[in-house]
Design a protein. Structure first.
Length: 278
């Protein structure tokens, strides 16, 4: 009898689990489309960087050893800008955690009869969908750079972009969860997230830069940028060379990075603190 009641309880919790994920993810989408300035911030600034840096460094850029000889800086910078869009979207979608705590919404969610895992996944799914939509719109410019993607390659790019978006949104979640102020989040973005992107091979080739090459090699975002770069050149595979790891390595590191960020996010959400009661 007790076993039967336990099974019925577990069965009744499953719809609540998925409903919580759907509700929180939908809320992120509704909030985003009601705040048009977020579209400008997440998509407009990276586009501006792409045009300005592409034009400014056009004549001085020397393609790395693994790149086609006729690669321009705009073409080299293209995957890096897509990752920047994902990063900015993750920042804007997870900074709302601090605002939700301040407004009392988060406390209501934490008091609801659902698991913390559902809360974390709902937040991450909403941010991931937004990141994929915006980065996908930017990647639609690929044919203008001579990067013709087959349907299969487009699906592979979409799947890898989804994985990377989930990982970066989880990273933003675990940074935002313990914080009380948006100013603190912006400070961490300036001294941690932006340098993480700059030292990923997105802005300049790794090459042989001494100690900087080691920093780039241990940066998990390096493998996200390199994996996206390889998938965009699926029709003309790029050779193995320093600064451009193989695709299986890129996928493996990104999956591991994603899992670690999710596990830490769930662990942080499960901690009971006085801040959650305010």
């Amino acid at each position: 009898m007790i076993v039967l009641q336990h099974e019925n309880l577990e069965a009744s919790r499953r719809p609540v689990f998925w409903l919580a994920i759907w509700s929180l993810a939908s809320r992120e989408l509704v909030r985003f489309f009601r705040q048009r300035t977020r579209v400008i911030g997440a998509l407009g600034q990276p586009l501006l960087f792409w045009f300005l840096f592409g034009a400014g460094l056009y004549g001085s850029f020397s393609p790395p050893a693994w790149a086609p000889r006729d690669m321009t800086y705009q073409e080299y910078f293209f995957p890096g800008v897509a990752v920047m869009i994902v990063l900015f979207t993750a920042i804007f979608s997870t900074i709302s955690i601090i605002e939700d705590r301040r407004e009392g919404f988060l406390q209501g969610v934490l008091a609801a009869p659902t698991s913390r895992l559902a809360i974390v996944l709902g937040k991450l799914c909403g941010g991931t969908v937004l990141a994929v939509i915006q980065a996908g719109l930017f990647l639609a410019l690929a044919p203008f750079l001579g990067l013709a993607l087959s349907p299969l390659a487009a699906v592979e790019v979409f799947l890898f972009l989804t994985l990377l978006s989930f990982a970066l949104t989880a990273l933003g979640f675990l940074i935002a969860w313990p914080l009380d102020s948006t100013q603190g989040f912006h400070a961490i973005m300036s001294i941690f997230l932006m340098p993480m992107w700059l030292l990923s091979g997105a802005f300049f080739p790794a090459g042989e830069s001494g100690w900087l090459s080691w920093v780039i090699a241990v940066n998990p975002l390096t493998y996200g940028v390199a994996g996206l770069r390889r998938l965009l050149y699926a029709g003309q595979p790029l050779p193995l060379a320093a600064g451009l790891p193989a695709l299986p390595v890129c996928i493996s590191v990104t999956v591991l990075f994603c899992l670690v960020c999710i596990v830490v996010s769930v662990w942080l959400a499960n901690r009971r603190t006085s801040r959650d009661m305010r």
